[in-house]
Design a protein. Structure first.
Length: 80
């Protein structure tokens, strides 16, 4: 994982958060100018990792999409 300015197709990323099973801190592309973590931090995009994403997808398929929040501000719950 990693990024470089030459490959950016937009001025800003179009995600609000990232949820993954594993998140590597190693930039594996030899052209990387910054790690994925540095890129996401620069754009204030929170990352939630060590999630069983297969179970999450199964749950969403069975229950339907629900509102949720990924945050780094320490709040335990939020009512919308």
């Amino acid at each position: 994982m990693g990024t470089n300015l030459d490959d950016e197709e937009s001025t800003i990323p179009h995600i609000e958060s990232l949820v993954v099973r594993e998140f590597s801190s190693v930039a594996s592309n030899w052209r990387s100018g910054e790690s994925a973590q540095e890129y996401l931090t620069r754009h204030d995009i929170p990352v939630l990792w060590d999630v069983d994403t297969r179970a999450l997808v199964r749950h969403i398929r069975q229950m339907g999409a629900l509102r949720g929040v990924v945050s780094t501000d320490g709040l335990q719950s939020l009512c919308l």
